[in-house]
Design a protein around this ligand. Structure first.
Ligand code: GDP
Ligand code: IMO
Ligand code: MG
Length: 424
């Protein structure tokens, strides 16, 4: 068997959690391969709503094992709160969740470093979620990090103290940055105790053996392609590889074992945090999308920036990821518009292109739009794509033509049930 991959094609928050939950019954394993509690994946079913940060979105279904892969970074404090909430509503988390021994730990001092670094950047700040993601990945690549496997070793506290000492040394260089590490350490150590009760494995062996024995695996991405450390809008990105290739390094599966790649995008576009966003709408249309789409961050509550769909950006993401099928999310939000705009090309200093430029941070990009008629009717009660309004079908067909990849799912509401499979 091969690993199917599901990931975001824009700047995150495309609706990955919802679709992973919808597809989970088709899989034996759901595995997160990168990112950490900067993610917020929302699931809605049976009139209930859950936001997951570290736990894979397969956790609510029976007969599925959820894996936190080596590429993920874990904050034991966030993890404990998240798991306790799930246990409180009757989810048997311990039976459904395993950890890679190689996943790295976010220390309280990583969070302080994240805050200090953002403060020092002033108006150039990344707009980080301040969950300690950047500093933790820096320690990973700097070969200083602490990993899940370390918490089971006798010298764990010694290693922890040595890393914290290094961090405190760095923090002292940030002038005027006050911190109280001691008050953060108690809950963190409680989180470590809690983590010790779970199963930690060499997940690369685990997953490869599972594939060999015919089990199916869905890899769940976090963030989105435009936040990828290599191919995103650098430096306004996260610190991990959010793309298909991240599945290989974040789970230990070879490229030859990648199967379907399902790319998720919103019928429009959003971004939270700083950085370029070619189709951003700073007017009442953008505000209307934000209000209709309830576009406020699942992790930080910050208002998301909103704009029209961007074809050069999506084509770029499809190319980088090798996307084989698409899911279009939040079609219902566009029901309020008489006309819907699609950015088909960019005007970059007088050159018309549908290629995403090398760096969009230092250039002025003017989006070129094609207008199409909206469907202007409620989609949220639709149960079949056959009954979808003609204008929605035309929008879907046009996007398929421009993107050259089939759209197999159209989502018309946040609930699990509000998911239309197209005919493909
Ligand atoms: P993720 O990070 O990619 O999992 O996405 P988030 O959960 O951060 O943000 C997506 C938001 O859109 C959540 O509040 C979802 O409940 C909601 N959502 C997902 N699909 C749809 C949809 O088709 N229509 C509407 N109205 N909301 C949706
Ligand atoms: P999900 O998985 C949207 C953004 C932050 C910031 C930048 C760097 O829910 O789609 P970081 O905390 O990683 O240092 O922040 O990346 N960001 C996200 N935006 N969805 C996410 O995750 C995000 N995770 C990080 O807003 O601009
Ligand atoms: Mg999110």
């Amino acid at each position: 068997m091969k690993v199917d991959v599901l990931l975001g094609l824009q700047w995150g928050d495309e609706g990955k959690g919802k679709i992973v939950d919808v597809l989970t019954p088709e899989y034996d394993y759901i595995a997160r391969f990168q990112g950490g509690p900067n993610a917020g994946h929302t699931l809605e079913f049976d009139q209930k709503k859950f936001v997951l940060h570290t736990i894979p979105s397969g956790i609510f279904r029976d007969n599925v094992l959820n894996v936190i892969g080596n590429g993920v970074v874990i904050d034991p404090v966030v993890l404990k709160i998240e798991i306790e909430k799930l246990i409180a509503v009757g989810v048997p988390v311990k039976d459904r969740l395993i950890f890679s021994k190689k996943a790295h730990l976010i220390l309280p001092s990583h969070r302080l470093l994240d805050a200090a670094s953002e403060t020092a950047k002033g108006k150039n700040k990344i707009g980080s979620t301040l969950k300690g993601i950047g500093p933790t990945y820096m320690d990973k690549t700097g070969r200083n990090g602490l990993r899940v496997g370390d918490v089971f070793e006798a010298d764990f506290k010694v290693k922890y103290d040595a890393l914290v000492e290094k961090h405190v040394g760095i923090l002292k260089h940030f002038e005027g940055f006050d911190f109280n590490l001691a008050e953060l350490e108690g809950p963190w150590m409680e989180g470590i105790e809690f983590l010790r009760e779970f199963i930690a494995v060499d997940s690369e062996h685990y997953i490869n053996k599972a594939l060999k024995s015919g089990k199916s695996v869905l890899a769940e991405g976090a963030q989105g392609t435009m936040l990828d450390i290599d191919f995103g809008t650098y430096p306004f990105v996260t610190s991990s590889n959010t793309i298909t290739a991240g599945t290989c390094t974040g789970l230990g599966v070879p490229p030859t074992k990648i199967g379907k790649v399902i790319g998720i995008f919103k019928a429009y576009c959003t971004r939270v945090g700083s950085g370029p966003f070619p189709t951003e709408l700073l007017d009442e249309v953008g505000e209307k999308i934000r209000q209709e789409g309830r576009e406020f961050g699942s992790t930080t509550g910050r208002p998301r920036r909103c704009g029209w769909i961007d074809i050069p950006q999506l084509k770029y993401a499809i190319m980088i990821n090798g996307v084989s099928e698409l899911s279009m999310m939040k079609a219902d939000i566009l029901s309020v518009f008489d006309t819907i705009r699609i950015c088909t090309h960019y005007n970059v200093n007088g050159t018309i292109t549908d290629e995403f430029p090398f760096s969009i941070c230092d250039q002025s990009i003017e989006p070129i739009y094609r207008d199409i008629p909206g469907w202007n009717c409620d989609l949220t009660a639709l149960h079949s794509y056959d009954n979808a309004p003609l204008e929605l079908k035309q929008y879907v067909s046009l996007l398929e033509e421009l993107l050259e990849v089939p759209i197999t799912i159209v989502s018309v509401g946040p609930d699990r049930s509000q998911t239309l499979k197209t005919k493909h």
